[in-house]
Design a protein around this ligand. Structure first.
Ligand code: FE2
Length: 238
């Protein structure tokens, strides 16, 4: 039997070799282009099934994971996320929602003092550092995200600027009664498949977000998701 050639492996290998020969600014440009491209190939987050599109999709995921570290090393609720911390963050998220702006099928607002305090806390830094096995520093960049209209979502992408590690903190998930499904974070592996990561309020996902494609599934009618994201970087890059 003739061996099936995986086009995405071949093409990714060539693009990875190209990437290795680029300077950091050129590599940044390639990374940004690949990030935008995967969102174009799978705009609603479902991995493409048609062969050629699936090959392009997997190529993008492989190149992005070559340029930057990838993976989801931690999902859980650490003990320092107690009721008080969570309600402080949620109150602040509600206050900030009045000045949030729509950047696409979602709204965002910058974090306030509660979010910044968490981003600078030793507990969170140690959690991220332990999960990755490397020293990290907080960027102090915090953002509240609101998926508050029917159909709101985030298309597949990687985070490209300012930080490479994203701590995603679930603050509130309003799920309508009798809902058959609920919106989840999705991360994509190199085989092109999505992995759903449903987070409960208080749970945190530590994502190597500049090398791992990720998305947010659409919220249904009356469903709402409120998240906080906090950016970290490695002390030394790769
Ligand atoms: Fe992201």
């Amino acid at each position: 039997m003739r061996k099936q050639v995986d086009v995405s492996d071949r093409l990714a290998g060539k693009l990875n070799a190209l990437s290795d020969g680029l300077d950091r600014y050129e590599r940044f440009g390639l990374h940004l282009l690949m990030s935008v491209s995967i969102g174009g190939v799978a705009p609603h987050g479902a991995a493409p099934r048609r062969r050629r599109r699936a090959e392009a999709w997997k190529t993008g995921l492989k190149v992005l994971a070559h340029i930057n570290p990838s993976g989801l090393p931690y999902v859980g609720r650490p003990s320092f996320v107690d009721k008080r911390l969570l309600s402080g963050l949620l109150c602040e998220a509600r206050e900030k929602e009045s000045v949030a702006h729509r950047t696409g099928p979602q709204e965002i607002s910058p974090g306030g003092r509660h979010a910044i305090a968490l981003s600078r806390s030793q507990e969170l830094r140690e959690l991220v550092s332990r999960a990755l096995g490397v020293a990290v520093r907080s960027t102090g960049i915090t953002t509240y995200l609101y998926y508050n209209r029917t159909g709101d979502h985030l298309f597949p992408h990687v985070d490209t600027e300012i930080f490479s590690i994203n701590c995603i903190v679930m603050l509130e998930h309003v799920i309508p009664r009798r809902a058959r499904s609920r919106s989840a974070l999705v991360t994509y592996g190199l085989d092109g498949r999505g992995r759903r990561v449903p987070l409960r309020p208080g749970e945190i996902a530590v994502l190597q977000a500049s090398g791992t494609a990720h998305a947010r599934e659409s919220v249904r009618e009356s469903e709402r998701v409120t998240l906080l994201t906090i950016g970290f970087n490695r002390l030394r890059s790769r």
